[in-house]
Design a protein around this ligand. Structure first.
Ligand SMILES: NC(=O)c1ccc[n+]([C@@H]2O[C@H](COP(=O)([O-])OP(=O)(O)OC[C@H]3O[C@@H](n4cnc5c(N)ncnc54)[C@H](OP(=O)(O)O)[C@@H]3O)[C@@H](O)[C@H]2O)c1
Length: 332
């Protein structure tokens, strides 16, 4: 069996390019004692991968020559581990490759039976868990409050906004383009949307949030974060989930200009990493599954195909071409 792999050739400068990676073919690995061999089926494309290949973050940077790190799911095709059987579908950090051999203990989780892979890797996976705990534990919404979400039509943002609606909040989403904005209000139940590509975000926030923003859930950073800080309500909370606007920056990004409004409004700005909440994942997945089943939570996935398209598919996130959770199907 052959194993195609994407290796990191050099650290990206600005936009990622195919030449930052080498696409190689070797023999599939043989699992050792205690290990399993996984045939990767679906890879998760995540903005944080841009950081993983560039520098140390909450995980050490991928080394030059290593397989590019990626969350994914696959089928066990050989097992030397009594707790994992051939045919089990598992997920973990499987990498941009066809096959991976590893000891599953603490590294691979069995996927829930009867849940489509696309759903288990989006609203009922890390994306949903991020949205759930980021909003409920860091943002702490109270019914009647005004919640603004950036990156609102994306995987995380769309779930955040819908949970905020379920919690009784008024929700405004900021996204790029008319189609995404219409989807937010017409399909996902947001109260209003702002197209940051064609509208003045600060002016629109002033119109839409006359009493200020109680929670700003930020996936983007940059000018959008600044515009939201300027409208913070008394005791407002800014949830720092990510800052994709600056992930490809070649120079350190300037800090937010309007941060002193946190002082005036007695506000709180707090970051989080979903990994810290994993011991409580079942709580989030329980709530999210209930809302999906009750059709209160719409889940949008964007599935591309072919391991050979991994860098290009990751890049879709940075051009806003993904419609919902970006996945890459690499085998059936
Ligand atoms: N803290 C955590 O534990 C954690 C976990 C998961 C994800 N995250 C973060 O959450 C954010 C969203 O991740 P996701 O996986 O859900 O991706 P996503 O939102 O599905 O996709 C990324 C979206 O970002 C928007 N975008 C790209 N470049 C932009 C720019 N320069 N300015 C404004 N918007 C831009 C695009 O939407 P438009 O078309 O609307 O521009 C794109 O669709 C990222 O910042 C990610 O790092 C954090």
């Amino acid at each position: 069996m052959k194993n195609r792999q994407w290796l990191l050739a050099r650290r990206p400068h600005g936009a990622i390019k195919d030449s930052d990676f080498d696409f190689v073919e070797t023999d599939a690995p043989t699992p050792r004692e205690g290990e399993v061999l996984v045939r990767n089926l679906m890879l998760s494309c995540d903005p944080t991968q841009r950081g993983w290949i560039a520098f140390d973050t909450y995980l050490p940077a991928v080394k030059i020559g290593e397989v590019v790190r990626s969350i994914g799911a696959g089928r066990i095709v050989a097992s030397n581990n009594p707790d994992f059987q051939v045919g089990d579908i598992v997920s973990g950090l499987v990498g941009w490759q066809d096959y991976v051999a590893m000891n599953p203990k603490g590294h691979l989780n069995k996927m829930p039976a009867g849940v489509p892979l696309e759903l288990a890797m989006s609203a009922l996976g890390l994306t949903g868990i991020t949205a759930y705990f980021g909003l409920t534990e860091v943002g702490r919404p109270v019914a009647g409050e005004t919640v603004v979400v950036s990156g609102a039509a994306g995987a995380t943002g769309s779930v955040v906004g819908q949970i905020a609606k379920i919690k009784g909040c008024r929700v405004i989403g900021i996204a790029g383009g008319a189609d995404k904005c219409h989807w937010l209000t017409d399909e996902a139940g947001f109260d209003a949307s702002i197209d940051y590509k064609s509208e003045d975000v600060q002016a629109r926030l002033k119109d839409l949030c006359p009493k200020g923003i109680d929670i700003f859930f930020d996936n983007v950073g940059g000018d959008i974060l600044d515009a939201a800080l300027a409208r913070l309500a008394m005791r407002g909370r800014v949830v720092l989930c990510g800052g994709i606007a600056n992930y490809n920056a070649t120079e350190p990004s300037p800090g937010p200009k309007n941060y002193l409004n946190l002082v005036v409004q007695r506000g709180r700005m707090e970051g989080f990493i979903v990994l810290d909440f994993m011991p409580r994942a079942a709580e989030a997945i329980g709530a999210l599954s209930g809302w999906v089943q009750a059709r209160r939570l719409k889940n949008k996935v964007d599935v591309q195909h072919g391991l050979e398209n991994a860098p290009a598919t990751l890049w879709r996130l940075f051009e806003g071409r993904n419609e919902g959770k970006q996945l890459l199907r690499v085998a059936e």
